[in-house]
Design a protein around this ligand. Structure first.
Ligand code: PMV
Length: 351
């Protein structure tokens, strides 16, 4: 048993924040300035599948991303995640002298996205969540999902929320060591099965300002950001939790749109300003508002992360109409695969 390589494969999906994380109070430990809340999408469309293998004869750690080898030592965050997981494994070995010394062996990591990595979708969230979950399985770590989310957070902040399914809150925490900055499930996916998300791929170009660089400039220069952190987000976290608990779509959707708008307003208020949305994003926003006005209720919501791609939320019955409307207004270019389409419970739609 001691000489055989040990292996584990785990998949993790992307998540879409409805109360946005933007800003770090500690860049090294990735501690956020505010709490955030997200919906973890289904694994069918946007997920990362990661295999980790430990063997005594591996000289060192190696990583392949979508079949291409990357330099592990080039990424401090990746090294941090692996060494944190190794420390937790060492504790397992200390408690059980018969456990193979995996914490001292080399690791080979093989990670693949089931969507184009360059599509501007949240690949770091699913990527680090899959890696940490796979290491947790391989190392037989006793830690709960919430505890493992702390490890994923060190790789990429938003990744901590992808460790859990359904509706997930990432508590900013107050401790300097990050011990209370972790993700917890607010409600399971099954709590609200009628809620659906549609991903609209507006551009597959890489973003011009990374979230790390963007956040840093925002924290340093935006007065609107300071107001958001102090007075807006704490109240919104509570209202959003209540909307989810009550399955109140109008409240959920209104707050989702408002929080996306404020996040992008904060980016505009950053100096120099950051523009993640483009003309197509704004046209989608206008269409959603026109749709809500036409049906006389809040039937759809949009949200945008650090890029122009839109995620639309709607209840099942309205999503059919919305997909028809969106397909007519934003026809799919020939270059996009027809397979990327609307399907239950969550969909990817290319425009
Ligand atoms: O975890 P990062 O560094 O990729 O930051 C993600 C930030 C947003 O996607 C814009 C918002 C969020 O809460 O996911």
């Amino acid at each position: 048993d001691k000489v055989l390589p040990h292996e584990a494969t785990v998949s993790a999906p992307v998540n879409i924040a409805v109360i946005k994380y933007w800003g770090k109070r500690d860049a090294g430990l990735i501690l956020p300035t505010n709490s955030s809340l997200s919906v973890t999408l289904s694994q069918d469309h946007l997920c990362t599948r990661t295999t980790v293998c430990a063997a005594a004869e591996f000289g060192g750690d190696r990583l392949w991303l979508n079949g291409v080898e990357e330099d592990v030592t080039a990424s401090a965050r990746l090294c941090n995640v692996i060494s944190t997981a190794r420390k937790l494994r060492a504790a397992v070995e200390q408690a059980d002298s018969a456990a193979p010394r995996l914490s001292t062996w080399g690791l080979h990591v093989c990670s693949e996205n089931n969507f184009p990595t360059a599509a501007g979708l949240a690949s770091s969230a699913s990527g680090y969540a899959a890696l940490v979950s796979a290491l947790g399985t391989l190392f037989k770590l006793p830690q709960s999902a919430a505890e493992l989310s702390r490890v994923a957070r060190v790789g990429s902040g938003s990744a901590c929320r992808s460790i859990l399914g359904g509706f997930v809150a990432w508590q900013a925490g107050v401790e300097g060591d990050g011990s209370d900055s972790l993700a917890e499930q607010v409600a399971a996916r099954a709590h609200w099965p009628q809620l659906q998300a549609l991903v609209l791929v507006v551009s597959d170009r890489k973003k011009t300002v990374s979230s790390t660089a963007g956040m840093q400039t925002t924290v340093a220069t935006s007065p609107l950001f300071a107001e958001r952190v102090r007075n807006v987000v704490p109240r919104r976290m509570a209202v959003m939790r209540a909307a989810i608990a009550a399955r109140d779509f109008a409240a959920f959707a209104t707050l989702t749109m408002q929080d996306s708008n404020q996040f992008h307003a904060v980016c505009q208020d950053t100096f120099p300003p950051i523009a993640y949305m483009n003309d197509t994003s704004h046209a989608i926003t206008n269409l959603v508002h026109a749709f809500n006005t036409a049906v006389g209720r809040v039937a759809a919501a949009y949200t945008y992360d650090a890029g122009p791609n839109a995620v639309i939320f709607a209840l099942h019955d309205d999503m059919r109409t919305l997909v028809q409307l969106l397909t007519r207004c934003f026809p799919r270019p020939d270059s996009m695969p027809a397979a990327a389409f609307y399907e239950d419970p969550f969909a990817v739609f290319a425009s």
